[in-house]
Design a protein around this ligand. Structure first.
Ligand code: HSE
Length: 430
C-alpha cells in the first residue's frame, strides 16, 4: 500500500553525479514511489556555486549551507556526493544525529573512516549505504555483503579504475608510451587535469580497502593497502608481457593469506595472462573477479565511473534505504567480526617478471642465478638476448615472497655484471 507522506531526500553536491541523481529522481518518480511504497521528494540541494543554472532543479531548493540542510530534522535520507574527507565526514555524522540515513559515493572517506561512520550510523539506528563508492554502476558492495554472506570469499581481483585502464589499454593496443596514452586520455576527458589520484593508484587503493573489508569481514583501512602507481609502465613492459602471453593491468588485489589467517590488500600494475577474463576488459571499463569457496569464480563488469552509471548505484541504495525507513528497520551494517590481521607487503607471495641489463660474458647467467638461489627464489624461465657484449636478461620466477624478491633485486644491483634492473613486474591471475 502506498504511503502518502513522501520521504524527504537532501542532496549534498550537484555535480556530474548529483545532477544525474536529481534527474533520475524526477524522471523515474512514479516507478521509484511504486518500488519503495512512498513517494520520494527532493527536499534540498547543497551546492558550492548557487548561481549555476541546474536544469530540472527548483532553485528554491538550492542552498550553500549544507550544515543547516542536514540539521533540518525532517530529512529521511541524505545523499552525499561531494567527495573528499571534510566537510563530507562532519555532514554525514550530523545527518545521523538529526535523524537521517545516508547514501554516499565517497570512497576516500569510507576507506579512511568507514568504521567510525558505521559506528555513528549504528548509534543513531540509521543506514549507511555506499554502493557507488566502488566501481560506479557495478553492483559489488551488495553482492559481497548480502548475496555472498553465506559463502567464504577468498580473493577479489579487480580493475577498479577506468582512467588507468584506458591508458594501459591504449598502450597495449597501439604500442604508445605512458605519456602519449595519458595525453590522449586527458584530451578525451577520461583523465583529470591532475591525474595523480588515478595514475598513482590512490583511487584504486581506497576501493581495495572497502572491498577487502567487506569481503573478509575485517577492518581494512586505506593505510593498510600497499599501493604502487602505473606511471613507470613502459612500451617495453608491454612488449615483454606480450612475449609471455600476457597484458598489463592496474589491479586491486584483496586476498586471504597465510592459510586464511590474515588478509592482504594491494594495488599495482601487473602482468595478467590473456586467458584471464580481466585481460579482455578494454577502455575505461571496470571489472571485478571474485573467488569464493562455494560459488567458485564470479565476474562483475561494467562502467565504473560517469554521472549516470554512478547515479544508478546511488539510486539503488536510495530505494533500499527508503524501504528500510518505511519498514522501521535498517540494513546490514559493518561486519568486521573476523578481525583478521592485514599482512605486510613483504609477506605477499606472487610471481615476478624481472628484466635486467647485463654484460654478455661467460659466468654472468650463473652469477645471476646464484643470487636468486641464495634468496630462496626459484626461477621458472630465463630469456636472454645479446648484442655487442651486452645482453638483456628476462627472468620469470615461481611464486616467492615480496621480501625475498626485494632482497634478490638488491643483491643483483650490486653485481658488477648487472648494468641495471630495467623493470620488475608482478605476474598475477594465474
Ligand atoms: N576516477 C575514477 C576512474 C572514477 O577513473 O575510474 C571515480 O572513482
Amino acid at each position: 500500500m502506498m504511503r502518502t507522506r513522501p520521504l524527504k531526500v537532501a542532496l549534498l553536491g550537484c555535480g556530474v553525479v548529483g545532477s544525474e541523481v536529481a534527474r533520475i529522481m524526477t524522471t523515474h518518480a512514479d516507478d521509484l514511489a511504486a518500488r519503495i511504497g512512498a513517494p520520494v521528494e527532493l527536499a534540498g540541494v547543497a551546492v558550492r556555486r548557487p548561481d549555476k543554472v541546474r536544469e530540472g532543479i527548483d532553485p528554491s531548493l538550492v542552498t550553500t549551507d549544507a550544515t543547516a540542510l542536514v540539521k533540518r530534522g525532517d530529512l529521511d535520507i541524505v545523499v552525499e556526493v561531494i567527495g573528499g574527507i571534510e566537510p563530507a565526514r562532519t555532514l554525514i555524522t550530523t545527518a545521523f544525529e538529526h535523524g537521517a540515513s545516508v547514501v554516499s559515493a565517497n570512497k576516500a572517506l569510507l576507506a579512511q573512516d568507514g568504521a567510525a561512520l558505521h559506528a555513528a550510523a549504528e548509534e543513531h539506528g540509521k543506514d549507511l549505504y555506499y554502493e557507488a563508492a566502488v566501481a560506479g554502476a557495478i553492483p559489488l558492495i551488495r553482492p559481497l555483503r548480502e548475496s555472498l554472506a553465506g559463502d567464504k570469499v577468498n580473493r577479489v581481483l579487480g580493475i577498479v579504475n577506468g582512467t588507468t585502464n584506458f591508458i594501459l589499454d591504449k598502450m597495449d593496443s597501439t604500442g604508445a608510451g605512458y605519456q602519449e596514452a595519458l595525453d590522449e586520455a586527458t584530451a578525451l576527458g577520461y583523465a583529470e587535469a591532475d591525474p595523480t589520484a588515478d595514475v598513482e593508484g590512490f583511487d584504486a587503493a581506497a576501493k581495495a580497502a572497502i572491498l577487502a573489508g567487506i569481503a573478509f569481514h575485517t577492518r581494512v583501512r586505506l593505510d593498510d593497502v600497499h599501493r604502487e602507481g602505473m606511471t613507470e609502465v613502459t612500451a617495453a613492459d608491454f612488449a615483454s608481457a606480450k612475449e609471455m602471453g600476457c597484458t598489463i593491468k592496474l589491479l586491486a588485489i584483496c586476498e586471504r593469506a597465510g592459510d586464511g589467517a590474515s588478509v592482504t590488500a594491494r594495488v599495482y600494475p601487473a602482468m595478467i595472462p590473456l586467458s584471464h577474463p580481466l585481460a579482455s576488459v578494454r577502455g575505461a571499463y571496470n571489472a571485478v573477479f571474485v573467488e569464493s569457496d562455494a560459488s567458485g569464480q564470479l565476474m562483475f563488469y561494467g562502467p565504473g565511473a560517469g554521472g549516470a552509471p554512478t547515479a544508478s548505484a546511488v539510486l539503488g541504495d536510495l530505494v533500499a534505504v527508503a524501504r528500510n525507513r518505511i519498514n522501521g528497520t535498517t540494513g546490514p551494517g559493518e561486519s568486521a567480526y573476523a578481525a583478521l590481521p592485514v599482512s605486510p607487503m613483504g609477506e605477499v607471495v606472487t610471481r615476478y617478471h624481472i628484466s635486467l641489463d647485463v654484460a654478455d660474458k661467460p659466468g654472468v647467467l650463473a652469477q645471476v642465478a646464484t643470487v636468486f638461489a641464495e634468496h630462496g627464489v626459484s626461477i621458472d624461465t630465463v630469456r636472454q638476448q645479446g648484442k655487442d657484449g651486452e645482453a638483456s636478461l628476462v627472468v620469470v620466477t615461481h611464486r616467492a615472497s615480496d621480501a625475498a624478491l626485494g632482497g634478490t633485486v638488491e643483491a643483483l644491483r650490486k653485481l658488477d655484471t648487472v648494468r641495471g634492473v630495467a623493470s620488475i613486474m608482478r605476474v598475477e591471475g594465474e
